[in-house]
Design a protein around this ligand. Structure first.
Ligand SMILES: [Zn+2]
Length: 177
């Protein structure tokens, strides 16, 4: 079942997994931790972990260059071997870089590179609505993502959190709740 977490933005959950769908003039999905009943034009992956790619919809896939590299071969930074799960390699069709914008019609999302949880982690910020999709970088109550997994980095995490702390955020939408 979906929950409307902000106007026209829906959260789907299954177990510990989450997918967000932004139903704007253009429908986009963020992460694929749970099945959805929507048909997005593109899915944006916040990072390479298998629990964010479990229910990929058949559409364009956008991600950072480092995330794209990991999921193209399902390497150690996807955690598939570590957790003994199966995932097909994923081909990314658009590489997202820091500062890139994604215009869905009424919303404009800015890509913020936030390495630390993984080397290719990104967050998406909507300035007008003050919404931050934070992946596994930042959770509610100020809890930070793990940095002990492959490509995790504590120093980078601190820098990334500093970057995020300058944003005005009313609604934080993390990769797990
Ligand atoms: Zn993760």
């Amino acid at each position: 079942m979906d929950v409307e977490v902000a106007p026209k933005m829906f959260r789907y959950m299954q177990g510990n997994g989450i997918s967000y769908v932004i139903e704007d003039e253009k429908t986009v999905q963020i992460d694929a931790g749970a099945p959805t009943d929507k048909k997005p034009e593109a899915i944006i992956l916040t990072h390479s972990h298998f629990d964010h790619t479990a229910f990929m919809p058949g559409c364009d896939v956008w991600a950072s260059a480092k995330c794209a590299k990991h999921i193209s071969v399902m390497d150690g930074a996807t955690l598939v071997k570590r957790f003994g799960v199966e995932r097909e390699p994923i081909e990314v069709t658009r590489i997202l870089e820091d500062g890139d914008t994604i215009d869905t019609g009424t919303h404009l999302f800015r890509v913020i590179e936030t390495p630390g949880h993984t080397d290719g982690s990104i967050c998406l910020y909507e300035e007008k609505a003050r919404i931050l999709f934070s992946g596994d970088t930042l959770f509610n109550d100020g809890i930070l993502g793990r940095t002990d997994l492959p490509t995790g980095n504590n120093v980078q995490m601190k820098e990334s959190i500093n970057k995020l702390s300058s944003l005005n955020v009313d609604i934080l939408l993390p990769g797990h709740v």
